[in-house]
Ligand binder design. Sequence first.
Ligand code: IMP
Length: 417
Amino acid sequence: MDALLGIVFGDEGKGKVVDFFTPHYDVVARFAGGPNAGHTIIFEGKKFVLRSIPSGIFDEGKLNIIGNGCVIAPDLFMTEARELEAAGYSLTDRLHISRRAHLILPTHRVLDRAYEAAKGKNKVGTTGKGIGPTYSDKAARVGLRVGDMLNDFEEKYRALKARHEQILHDLHFTDYDITEEEARWMEGVEYMRKFQLTDTEIEINDLLEKGKNVLAEGAQGSLLDIDHGTYPFVSSSSTTSGGVCTGLGVAPNRIDRIFGIFKAYSTRVGSGPFPVELFDETGDEIRRIGNEFGAVTGRNRRCGWIDLVALKYAIMINGVTDLVMMKSDVLDSFDTIKVCTAYQKDGKTVTDMPYDTEGWQAVYEELPGWKTPLSALRDEADFPEAFKDYIAYLENALHTPIRIISVSPDRAATIMR
Ligand code: IMP
């Protein structure tokens, strides 16, 4: 079993890579997060944005699993699944959902807004999908799980909703109306009941025992991990390789390779420290060329040069065995490419990720740009020398091989090394 993880702030282009990887696996499983993710896949001329459903869904022979570590919103799930069904993909037999996964209620989304509003200028900049409140309820042991849909559901739903309403009342956050949303949510619950709501941890282990190959598909990125990210500006799940084990119920010694996916530059959505952020024309240029606008929220992504402090930390936390570099072609036109090698604050320089990530300035080294379009290249031997040097520099600094390099959105523009 292998894992494919975004190792910075998400949005690395996992969708494209998973699609490229799936032929080698029998099962694709999501282990953390929920509809805060947005994996864009361009497939046979059609564009799909997957939020909760694993990317293996486009491959008829694959089993897809939404694991126990995920949170799921029945209404959004229904919309996503129906879109795929309308495009001709059969789902109910190929998508199994863990009974232990937690449900996002409409009132969780209201709570997400209420908590953000209460934070004033320290807003996390969440996707507003109710992710944090749902995981909070999971930890508080009051959450509703997918398995609850199978008995005394209405009663349990009403009890949790009443609890949320009380909190919202106490926060004086009363100006909301979920009537329509709730009706659609209930329709989503009914719709979800036709799926196989199973003990996916037992299924996965049985499949591994039978020699099947499983790919754990990450969501978000390592620096948004609840423990290892730039807390409190993080998501609420374990997005790192440890989360693969808890979020699917597989033991650490089951995992073989851990693919860490990153971009040739950096982006971040939402608030929080981002030492490499560029506020100048170069930042705008990276955003424009890289089309760095959020798949879920449409927000402008913050852009900057590559950050080796962050990457080294993420490689360590995840145990990355192989790196995957995306969107290299976005840097084609720059005269020089900067690489952040350290952070500096109050005369102090660090190369390890600091506990307090606020207020650090990036320290850069400069490398010559390749000034050549990469997107048509399909063979490493044809790469311009300066691009080969950039790859060698990163591998040397990160002590990890870059096995796959993507040079354009095209499926074929994915070069294995
Ligand atoms: P939440 O996951 O909606 O609670 O948002 C928490 C933080 O994680 C915010 O900064 C979001 O922008 C960020 N975030 C959540 N999901 C993603 C993702 O899939 N890609 C990039 N950032 C994300």
